[in-house]
Design a protein around this ligand. Structure first.
Ligand code: C2E
Ligand code: MG
Ligand code: MG
Ligand code: MG
Length: 292
């Protein structure tokens, strides 16, 4: 009996693995076709200035509208795209689409805001990345000062020398550079010192319990102080409640994005928001913040 059960368990296990592998292969096959079938869309999440509560930027976030599976979040296909090197054409599409969107918004009469685009590690390693970005800027005619590139510490640290060179080239044409998910990777302060950054993005894992966990509070405080010391803007990710907002403002954080203000939205939803001159002032609260 036990033996039979064992075999059944193994059988089930095997079938499970097998069907996962098949799913994975199917997803990879679909991913290859997704670009030409125009299944990708960008959603945009507002970034808010914490002094004025104005929207000062948006982050472009990739979505895949899969014909059978529905909308798929980047966490589920970016790793696959990285493995198959599809990330480069996909990433190039993201850059171009975000810049065109910026231009469409400008033509609608929206105030100028910067648009932040995530670059993956393999995309960042492409030798012709700077050239590619320059061509897209030329093609779309947008002001490079309003393009912000987001790179993660792990991407930046793979080859510090070439990162410094690439980032300097981008900086020289006026592009802004943000370090994404700051504090979750392995960058050394020495490397940070040499990167021509504009913004440190405080990862949402530190923001989540910033009001409850003294360690997270200490990390947030330190990153903001580091930013101030180095002359960089700080932006808190994943701000979901007023307490977090109040606390981060008290620490001197410059900008924030998160569900408290807005989830990511379609280009037309964002245009409506901006044309109605929405201010997120009401997101703050008059209650005094907790001290510890
Ligand atoms: P990220 O760059 O750190 O983006 C922030 C993620 O946090 C987004 O998830 C966003 O929807 C989510 N988020 C924003 N506010 C809140 C909040 O208040 N609470 C919570 N719980 N989450 C919030 P998303 O869109 O699923 O993207 C996940 C990651 O996928 C991104 O993390 C980024 O690393 C990557 N990604 C997204 N778009 C692209 C892209 O075009 N290219 C590349 N290479 N990576 C991308
Ligand atoms: Mg990002
Ligand atoms: Mg992030
Ligand atoms: Mg993050």
């Amino acid at each position: 009996q036990a033996k039979r059960q064992g075999k059944n368990t193994f059988q089930l296990y095997f079938e499970e693995i097998n069907s996962r592998a098949l799913e994975y292969l199917a997803l990879e096959r679909d991913l290859h076709r997704a670009l030409e079938r125009q299944e990708f869309v960008l959603h945009y999440q507002p970034q808010v200035n914490l002094r004025t509560y104005e929207v000062v930027g948006v982050e472009a976030l990739l979505r895949w509208n899969h014909p059978q599976l529905g909308q798929i979040a980047p966490g589920q296909f970016i790793p696959l795209a990285e493995e198959t090197e599809l990330i480069c054409p996909i990433g190039e599409w993201v850059l171009r689409e975000a810049c065109y969107q910026q231009r469409r918004w400008q033509r609608l009469g929206l105030p100028p805001i910067h648009i932040a685009v995530n670059l993956s590690a393999n995309q960042f390693k492409q030798p012709d990345l700077v050239h590619q970005i320059l061509l897209i800027l030329e093609e779309t005619g947008i002001d490079p000062n309003y393009l912000e590139i987001e790179i993660t510490e792990s991407a930046a640290m793979q080859n510090v020398e070439s990162t410094i060179m690439t980032l300097n080239q981008l900086r020289d044409v006026g592009i802004q550079i943000a370090m994404d998910d700051f504090g979750t990777g392995y960058s050394s302060l020495n490397a940070i010192k040499h990167f021509p950054l504009n913004t440190l993005k405080i990862d949402q894992s530190f923001v989540r319990e910033v009001c409850q966990d003294p360690n997270d509070a200490a990390i947030a405080r330190t990153v903001i102080a580091l930013g101030q010391g180095l002359g960089l803007q700080t932006l808190a990710e994943g701000v979901e409640c007023k307490d977090q907002l109040r606390f981060l403002r008290m620490l001197g954080c410059d900008r924030a994005q998160g569900h408290l203000f807005s989830k990511s939205m379609s280009p037309s939803e964002f245009a409506t928001l901006m044309l109605n001159r929405v201010s997120f002032f009401s997101c703050q609260s008059i209650q005094p913040h907790k001290q510890f």
